[in-house]
Each structure stands twice: as structure tokens, then as C-alpha cells.
Write a protein that binds this ligand. Sequence first.
Ligand code: HEC
Length: 105
Amino acid sequence: MSTRGLILSGLGLALAASAAVASAAAPAAEGKVLASSQGCIMCHAAGGMAKPLSSYVGDSDRRLEEAILDPNKALGSATMMPPFQGKLSAAQLAALVAYIKAGGQ
Ligand code: HEC
């Protein structure tokens, strides 16, 4: 490879690395917006019917995904939480999980 080619590919790697850092922070911020727009915080807020989202910070990603998509299965049929299966894209679900794992504040 020419010197010019090496410099260009090194630049590409640096750009890819900084994009990865930016997108790691973005989903949690998007999740915060979704928690409001999807109505999560109507129930999951201090004084609401369910515990604040911050209280689930220690749950596994998988547990959170299952609880959000199919609460009747994950939490029991008596839960008042509505299923979000089919209402959230995979990216939106990942953003909500990232938001909860980041502390849900
Ligand atoms: C109509 C009220 C309501 C809405 C809206 C709602 N939830 Fe829930 N949610 C509940 C209740 C009730 C529980 C079970 C009791 C509890 O944990 O306080 C629950 C439980 C959960 C759990 C269970 C965690 C665990 O391991 O026990 C998660 C995660 C969760 N909700 C996230 C969400 C997210 C994210 C949204 C929005 C996309 C949402 N909820 C919308 C009422 C609601």
C-alpha cells in the first residue's frame, strides 16, 4: 500500500472509532425521550403505580427487553403494564434498555 493509502485508511479508522463513541451515548438520550413519548413515565415515576425506571438499573438487558415487550409473560398476567411488542422498533427498544441501564434519570 502507498503511504497515501496508509494515511487514508488510518483516518478512516479514527473516524469510525469516534462515531462508535458518539453512538454509545446517543441511545440512552433517545431512550429518555421515548420513556416520555411512549408513556412509560406515566406509570414509572415517583408516586406512579410502578417503581421508577431507575430501580431496574441492575436488571439484565434480556430481562428488560422481555418485560417491555411482553410484560404479561415476564411479570405475570396481573401486571397493569401494557405490552410494547409491535409498538417499538428494535432500535427504540435498545434505546430504552440503554436509558434504564444508564440509570433511568
Ligand atoms: C400503565 C402503566 C405502565 C406503563 C405505561 C409502563 N409500565 Fe412498566 N410496569 C408497570 C407495572 C405495574 C410493572 C410491575 C410492577 C413494578 O415493577 O412496579 C412494570 C414493570 C416494568 C419493568 C419490570 C422490570 C423488572 O424486572 O421487574 C420494566 C423494565 C418496565 N416496566 C419498563 C417500562 C417501559 C420501558 C415502559 C414504556 C415503554 C413501561 N414500562 C410502561 C406499569 C407500566
